[in-house]
Design a protein around this ligand. Structure first.
Ligand code: NAP
Length: 302
């Protein structure tokens, strides 16, 4: 091929690559890193969001092992990615590879969203705020003054409790199988609100006064779908019961709560809204929630 022809071919390829992105704009490059990653629903959800907003771009899954994490993060700058999501097991380790960490993510101790502003990488945690947005929109619009019981004190609980405390609840009790971990978390964030920690065996004294129960333990998750973190008789009638688990969509806890006349809330909303906050940070646009929800549900049924 002559020099002129090859130059024209290159120009055509560049034009095709930016087609639909607007004059002079590059397609928006996004992705998610984790190990493993093939099960992730994030690519289906964000691809649907980009399409619904008419934004030219791509969101791809990348299988990154721990020993390549730093290289992968440097690649964000080198390749001009606008941002990525970070999932298990990199949410904590990735923090040391970033230029800035948002205050909430620093206190929670984990990052699930990175934004690239012209080479400056900032880490955020959208899990907790995503959960609270979903809870308020789908089940409990007002959290101020409410008495909340959080079951579990692992990684997900940290994000939930931190975001919950911004809503000024009346009292948050954290109960965990390993009681010491619940007490430690309550002591760590005592300055942020009214918090206490206890063991699961102390729940009979706590449960009668609660307005909302949030399960952040993995009890009841596929394949152990018959397991429940509480005895059904312990669930107060008519309150709100929420479960972070979204496989299955209706856990045994939610099934039992429904029988007792409670409003129930599943973990699917948390997954969608953590993605919505990330999408809004990357694009500056409102996330198309219903398109994202439909894409996740469709990918779950595949
Ligand atoms: P994690 O850090 O491993 O914490 C697990 C928690 O569950 C701990 O408090 C642990 O208690 C408790 N637990 C585990 N097995 C138990 C049992 N047999 N009996 C009583 N307690 C038990 O896990 P994580 O990252 O926080 O995730 C927790 C759950 O949240 C998972 O089901 C995950 O799928 C879900 N999640 C959902 C979303 C979403 O988008 N919807 C996002 C993140 C996580 P000990 O401290 O005593 O071990």
């Amino acid at each position: 091929m002559g020099e002129q022809a090859s130059h024209e071919k290159r120009e055509r390829e560049e034009a095709r690559a930016t087609e639909g992105a607007g004059a002079g704009q590059q397609p928006l490059l996004l992705g998610v890193i984790g190990d493993p990653i093939q099960h992730s629903k994030s690519p289906a959800m964000h691809t649907a969001a980009l399409e619904a907003c008419g934004i030219a771009g791509a969101y791809l899954p990348f299988h990154v092992k721990g020993n390549r994490l730093e290289e992968a993060i440097r690649g964000i700058r080198a390749l001009g990615f606008r941002g990525i999501n970070v999932t298990v097991p990199h949410k904590v380790e990735v923090m040391s590879c970033l230029d800035r960490i948002d205050e909430g993510a620093r206190l929670i101790g984990a990052v699930n969203t990175i934004v690239n502003d012209e080479g400056v990488l900032t880490g955020y945690n959208t899990d907790g705020i995503g959960y609270i947005r979903s809870l308020k929109e789908e089940a409990a619009p007002e959290l101020k003054g409410k008495r909340v019981l959080v079951l579990g004190s692992g990684g997900a609980a940290r994000g939930i409790v931190y975001a919950l405390l911004q809503e000024q609840p009346g009292l948050v009790t954290i109960a965990n199988r390993t009681a010491e971990k619940a007490r430690e978390l309550a002591a760590e964030w005592a300055h942020l609100g009214s918090l206490s920690g206890c063991g699961m065996e102390e729940l009979d004294a706590v449960l009668p006064g609660v307005d909302l129960i949030i399960n952040t333990t993995s009890v009841g998750m596929h394949p152990h779908v018959g397991d429940c973190p509480l005895n059904a008789r312990q669930i107060p009638e008519g309150i709100v019961v929420s479960d972070l688990i979204y496989n299955p969509l209706k856990t045994e806890l939610l099934r039992q709560a429904e029988v007792r006349g409670c409003t129930i809330h599943s973990g699917l909303g948390m997954f969608i809204y953590q993605g919505a906050y990330a999408f809004e940070r990357w694009t500056g646009r409102s996330a198309p929630i219903e398109a994202m929800r439909a894409a996740v549900l469709a990918s779950m049924h595949q």
